[in-house]
Design a protein around this ligand. Structure first.
Ligand code: FAD
Length: 459
């Protein structure tokens, strides 16, 4: 900054317009603060533009195709043809609509386009092409998100080797898609493209896919991935491209998998490098995330950080919840982030989890009751023709408190809502058991799992 150059005063400055940043900005403005939000690309961040929303357009379309193709058993015959260009256009229209909605949410916030970096603990500089502006803030919230990790021998060019952003933007469904990484992003997109017609190989270095989930859930998805024709290769490392193939090293030595396109989905890292945080003395954790306390405050008292730049699951609903906390703390409210965060993968079947797994609860020294209910016993799941999967509930045997729910099955992403309320409110299993659940619905399976844990007769 040139000495003497004017910096515009602002009470709350938010860097990043993703779910974390726009929620924080809107909440601070709602609470009466003068707020500026800096975004260098497009409002909505990764989630709306190249993450949650566009990926779910593809997974939903893939699911619709599968359902239509399996309709004959239910007397439904449909001649479904995929127009991938039209699907991509629909995806863009969904994204545009939701990004427009963010603009409305931010009606009381001044949005400034540009890339921000910190000059000191009260000033940022914002660059937009050749123009530079400066702001002097009372409080700042860093919400700059994350970026995909790269593999040195498989550098992303967004042509043949793509990250998730490139995979969402294909012009056509690739004939042979090799997915490197069996986390939720790789598995979701791999399964979606398999159902849209690609021959997919899923290459995962560890022993199983979806390692963050309960092993029963992860196995359910892995088995179904194989059943729909995906070549799932675990304990296998992707090496380099050679001709038409991706060279891999697995338990049986070196192998080759067909790869017109390679999707590298090996994780994401916090996007903090350009902010010049080192000059401020802001502490990072060992994993490179910004260290914060339970109020999302960094070690520099007037600077907060939320979302993918801090530790915890890199998910949009966590980012927005933290955004509300940071804004409320800045406005003097007694907020803190101590909520459980549901995890979801929009795979087939969907998986969703909240709270402790059986293994985690036992590792904490708790005695647990575990109840299971398979969707193959659910009237609603049978009607839907989507019987794969199960619900698992983990209950503290001494206190009767529900510690965790783990669901693999149809609409798991919605079913986890009731489960999250139960775990967040430390609900007693007895209360869930006594709650009348509607019939015939998928949510009955949560009820049945609780009854099974309590060794009660099924309804
Ligand atoms: P982001 O959404 O990453 O937003 C950060 C913003 O900051 C960006 O817009 C960026 O342009 C801007 N920015 C960065 N640096 C600067 C700077 N110096 N100056 C100005 N602006 C800057 N999560 C879910 O909950 N459910 C899902 O189904 C889901 N699916 C996903 C699918 C994919 C393919 C991917 C990649 C992610 C998915 N996620 C999902 C994760 C979710 O997108 C992220 O957790 C969420 O977007 C994080 O929000 P955020 O606000 O922390 O950051």
């Amino acid at each position: 900054m040139v000495v003497g150059e004017m910096a515009e005063p602002v009470q709350v400055l938010v860097v990043g317009g993703g779910p974390g940043g726009y929620t924080a900005a809107a909440r601070a403005a709602e609470l009466g603060k003068d707020v500026v939000l800096i975004e260098r690309q497009r409002l909505g961040g990764v989630c709306l533009n190249v993450g949650c929303i566009p990926s779910k357009v593809l997974t939903t379309a893939a699911h619709d195709i599968t359902r239509a193709a399996s309709g004959a058993e239910r007397g439904l015959h449909a001649d479904i043809k995929l127009d991938f260009g039209a699907l991509q256009a629909w995806k863009a229209s969904v994204v545009d609509r939701l990004v427009g909605g963010v603009g409305q949410v931010l009606s009381k916030v001044r949005v400034v386009e540009g890339t921000a970096y910190f000059l000191d603990a009260n000033r940022v500089s914002v660059e937009n092409d050749d123009q530079v502006s400066h702001f002097r803030f009372e409080h700042a919230i860093i919400a700059t998100g994350s970026e995909p990790l790269q593999l040195p021998d498989l550098p992303v060019d967004q042509k043949r080797i793509v990250d998730s952003t490139g995979a969402l933007a294909f012009d056509e469904v690739p004939e042979n898609l090799a997915v490197v990484g069996g986390g939720y992003i790789g598995t979701e997109l791999g399964m979606a493209y398999a159902k849209l017609g690609a021959r997919v190989t899923l290459v995962e270095a560890t022993e199983g896919i979806l390692t963050g989930f309960d092993a029963d859930l992860a196995k359910t998805v892995a088995d179904h991935a194989k059943a729909i024709g995906i070549d799932v290769r675990t304990s296998t490392f992707a090496k380099v491209l050679d001709g038409d193939d991706l060279v891999v090293m697995g338990p049986e030595g070196e192998g080759r998998v067909p790869a017109d396109k390679v999707l590298v989905a090996v994780g994401r890292r916090p996007l903090v490098g350009e902010l010049q945080l080192e000059d401020l003395g802001i502490k990072l954790t060992a994993s490179g995330h910004i260290a914060v306390d339970e109020q999302c405050r960094t070690n520099v008292a007037n600077i907060f950080a939320i979302g993918d730049v801090i530790e915890g699951p890199a998910l949009a609903h966590k980012a927005s919840a933290e955004g509300r906390v940071a804004a409320e703390v800045i406005c003097g409210l007694p907020s803190a982030f101590d909520s459980v965060v549901p995890l979801i993968a929009f795979t087939d079947p969907e998986v969703a989890a909240v709270g402790l797994t059986e293994a985690e609860a036992k590792a904490e020294g708790r005695t647990v009751l575990v109840g299971r209910n398979k969707f193959s016993t659910s009237g609603r799941a049978i009607i839907l023709g989507e019987e794969t999967g199960l619900v698992k509930v983990v209950i503290d045997a001494e206190t009767d408190v529900v510690l965790g729910f783990h669901i693999a099955g149809p609409n798991a992403s919605d079913l986890i809502g009731e489960a999250t309320v139960a775990v967040e409110t430390a609900c007693r299993a007895e209360d869930l058991a006594a709650t009348v659940h509607p019939h015939p619905t998928l949510v009955e399976s949560l009820h049945e799992a609780v009854l099974a844990a309590l060794r009660r007769a099924k309804r």
